[in-house]
Each structure stands twice: as structure tokens, then as C-alpha cells.
Write a protein that binds this ligand. Structure first.
Ligand code: TXA
Ligand code: MG
Length: 309
């Protein structure tokens, strides 16, 4: 059910839950000061209680009252990437943030989104917690229809159209010395070099280390269809998730993710195409993963690998 901005604001301020567009993916929003609504977000998604939520705020100043210390280069990151698809895990005064939202951690994840509707809503409601608006384990929602497919046609959705980035925010954590990427996302590691002077190490994808970002423990982004990763386009058979500038001679048919020259376009389409497999009852599909291992492609490959695992 599509609702207006004022309806969304009213529902959130009176303890309800609504789906909200952002520039990355749709979020399942509850007001930070409504503990029962936060509880409902976990229930609706089927989300484990030890997986904390991101707190979305209208601007950087709104974060300051929660913080105990300001990590090195925080201001540079905030000035450059906010509003936008960056989430920062920061040390907080635990008494100021509900335990449930931060899953008992001494830190909280914050983000200032750039989507015009989200910003207007946040101005009215104040801080909102928002995990991605999908059932736990499924691909994130990048269109209102995806939210309705997971939560039913009657579920209230603020319609902001298709999400521009199509992949979640990049999450950074400060380990006392350097910033590290604890979840790959819409901002590539290389994009931090001009700001921080280095590309943050990606600590999430390592199998040897315990993840700092609890969400990385769980299965993600997966359609029901079995995905077979294919490094040689000539070996892709049956239904192929691939690119419009390649020929798949052995394919029965191809579902187009975009062009190999345009990772932004592929990112924007990825979750919709993974969802399309289930809508069309495809049982298994080959995914062409013959693309460079740099920039946004690194996030795209990580999402495909998780979807296939
Ligand atoms: O783009 C996004 O980030 C979207 C939109 C809606 O803003 N949100 C999103 O939320 O992706 P979610 O809940 O699907 O993923 C949040 C991730 C989880 O993996 C969680 O473990 C991690 O953020 N996280 C939250 N608080 C954390 C904390 N204090 N320390 C480490 N990781 C944290
Ligand atoms: Mg999610």
C-alpha cells in the first residue's frame, strides 16, 4: 500500500513501521524512540536479535549527542560522503541508544542518507532505525514492488521509485588505528583513498577472522534459484545472468544485468534480477562473473557469491 510522506511520518511517530526509500535500498523504518516498533522490525524481517540496526539521521549534527569519542578522520569522512551511502560504526553512550537497536554492542552504526524523500521524512521524525526492507536472507528491496512481495500488498510503503545505487551502504569501523570496511557497499575501497590517504582494508570477507559486523555472519541476498558462478562466458548454459555486450552461445536465454562497462548500472539492477529468477520460478541459473576485480565490481562479486552460497 503506497502512502504519503505525511502518513509515513505519522505512522512512525505513533510507533508504527513503514518501508522507506533510500538511495541504496528500501529500509524497514521504526523511530529510534519507539522500542516496540524496533521489536516489530526484527520480527517482521525474521532478523536475529544479535544483528544490530543502522540509525539514520537527517544530518551529522544529529549524531553528536550520542558519541563518546570522535575517531580520527571522522570529520573528513562525514564532510565528503554525507549525505550518501556511507555508514560509520561509532563508540556511543550506551544509555542513549536502545540496547535492542544496537544488539547490546558498545557502538552504533550511523548514516545520513541522501534520498530527498528520506531526508524530508527524517526532518519530521528524527532518527530512524532501518534495516533493508526484505525478509532476512532474501535479496534487498530496490523497488516498492519488492517490499510488497516480501511483506504483502497491504504493507505501508513510501514510494520513492527505484533506488539509485541498488546496493547497501559501505560500512566503516575505526579499529583505533585505521578505518576498515566491515561491509562492502556502494562506495568502493578506492574511493576513500583521496579522503583518508589509503584504501581501508576489507575485514568482512575473510573467513579466518570473526566479523566485526554481525550481519556478515548470516546468509544474504539469496534467491530460491541455485546460482552457478561462471568465469568463462562460453561455459554459461541454461538461464544466464549476464551482460548485454557479451554473447552466450550456449544459453537458453539471458537475463541482462547491464553492461560490462557500467558497474553502477549492474549494481542498480542486481537485486531486481535475482528476484526475477524467483518470480519466473527459475530453478538454477549461471551467473557470468568475468569482470574486473576493482572498484564497485568487488561489491557486486561479493553479493553474487553470498547469493550463491
Ligand atoms: O544502505 C543501507 O545501509 C541500508 C539502507 C536501508 O540504509 N540498510 C541496511 O541495513 O543495509 P541492514 O540492517 O540490512 O544492514 C546493516 C548492517 C548489518 O550487517 C549489521 O550487522 C551492521 O550493519 N551493523 C549495525 N550496527 C553495527 C555495529 N554497531 N557494529 C557493526 N556492525 C553493525
Ligand atoms: Mg540487509
Amino acid at each position: 500500500m503506497r502512502i504519503s510522506l505525511n502518513e509515513a511520518s505519522h505512522i512512525l511517530c505513533t510507533g508504527g513501521v513503514v518501508a522507506v526509500p533510500t538511495e541504496t535500498v528500501y529500509g524497514l523504518a521504526a523511530a529510534l524512540n519507539q522500542p516496540e516498533a524496533i521489536e516489530r522490525v526484527f520480527k517482521l524481517k525474521g532478523r536475529p536479535a544479535n544483528n544490530p540496526l543502522i540509525i539514520h539521521v537527517p544530518n551529522e549534527a544529529a549524531i553528536q549527542p550520542y558519541l563518546t569519542t570522535i575517531p580520527n578522520q571522522f570529520q573528513l569522512l562525514a564532510n565528503h560522503f554525507w549525505p550518501g551511502p556511507l555508514t560509520l560504526v561509532l563508540p556511543i553512550d550506551k544509555s542513549k541508544i536502545p540496547e535492542k537497536a544496537r544488539a547490546g554492542l558498545p557502538t552504533a552504526a550511523f548514516r545520513v542518507p541522501s534520498h530527498a524523500l528520506t531526508r524530508e521524512l527524517l526532518e519530521q521524525t528524527g532518527p530512524l532505525v532501518m534495516p533493508s526492507a526484505n525478509l532476512s536472507g532474501k535479496p534487498s528491496a530496490t523497488q516498492p514492488e519488492h517490499v510488497e512481495s516480501d511483506f504483502g500488498d497491504c504493507f505501508p510503503v513510501l514510494d520513492g521509485g527505484r533506488c539509485k545505487h541498488g546496493l547497501e551502504s559501505t560500512i566503516l569501523y575505526f579499529n583505533e588505528k585505521d578505518w576498515q570496511i566491515v561491509r562492502l557497499g556502494s562506495i568502493s575501497a578506492e574511493e576513500f583513498i583521496p579522503i583518508l590517504g589509503y584504501a581501508p582494508e576489507v575485514v568482512c570477507s575473510s573467513k579466518d577472522k570473526a566479523p566485526i559486523c554481525p550481519g556478515q555472519l548470516y546468509r544474504h541476498y539469496a534467491p530460491k534459484a541455485k546460482l552457478i558462478l561462471c568465469e568463462n562466458p562460453d561455459n554459461c548454459t541454461e538461464v544466464v545472468l549476464g551482460f548485454n555486450d557479451r554473447l552466450y552461445s550456449k544459453a537458453e536465454r539471458t537475463i541482462i544485468l547491464g553492461s560490462t562497462n557500467n558497474p553502477e548500472e549492474v549494481a542498480e539492477n542486481l537485486y531486481a534480477k535475482l528476484r526475477q529468477l524467483d518470480e519466473e520460478n527459475v530453478l538454477s541459473a549461471h551467473v557470468d562473473i568475468n569482470f574486473p576485480q576493482e572498484g564497485l565490481w568487488v561489491t557486486i562479486l561479493e553479493r553474487i557469491q553470498k547469493a550463491a552460497s
